[in-house]
Design a protein around this ligand. Structure first.
Ligand SMILES: [Zn+2]
Length: 198
């Protein structure tokens, strides 16, 4: 099961720690999501929770507390089939400092993260308010920082969302070090358009 495989990868790569984060995949009309309070490196396939995307009702067990924003992503984006939410170190440093990620620092950033990585204003974890705030941005972006909290990446499948999260954290680390050096600048606007094929 992809949720188990990518949960372990996120944990082994140091993108999540303790019982932090939650991941899900769409399978038809339902989403399969990690259970509340679980270590993503040691998931058992039998403890995954299935939730009806239309009604939000869980068929078994207690789903992740962040179920509302996972549902918001699937309801608003029919092309999204995987969602990853974790608290990687450098993404969370920028998110706590209120500094948005600038994807235009590198071609890789633009190609994987797109033109925009919205910084979602703070809302209490697990609330409909947080889901609503993501819902406002998810139709026009694929990766996000959550102010004073962490990061979200969505993708056409869970593998795509995982790669985007890994790139987002690498990019946040690059941006952090550039800020420490007082160096670095975004690519020129015409190069950004060329890379994005606009
Ligand atoms: Zn979180």
């Amino acid at each position: 099961m992809d949720v188990v495989r990518y949960g372990r990868l996120l944990y082994e790569k140091g993108l999540t720690s303790g019982t932090g984060g939650n991941i899900s995949a769409r399978v038809g009309d339902i989403m399969v999501i990690t259970p509340s309070g679980s270590c993503k490196g040691m998931l058992d396939p039998t403890e995954l929770v299935t939730v009806d995307i239309a009604t939000g009702k869980a068929a078994n067990g207690k789903p992740s507390m962040e179920t509302p924003f996972h549902l918001a992503a699937y309801r608003r984006r029919p092309d999204v089939n995987g969602v990853v939410h974790v608290h990687p170190r450098f993404c969370t440093v920028l998110a706590c400092a209120g500094i948005p990620v600038d994807p235009a620092l590198t071609p890789e950033g633009l190609m994987v993260l797109g033109r925009r990585v919205p910084l979602i204003p703070y809302a209490t974890p697990g609330t409909d308010d947080l889901a609503m705030r993501l819902g406002r941005e998810v139709e026009t972006a694929d990766s996000f920082l959550l102010e004073s909290h962490g990061a979200i990446a969505v993708g056409k499948d869970l593998k795509d969302a995982f790669h985007r999260m890994e790139t987002l954290e690498a990019h946040a680390e690059l941006q952090y070090h550039l800020a420490v050096l007082g160096k670095g600048r975004p690519l020129p606007a015409d190069e950004v358009r060329r890379i994005l094929k606009e």
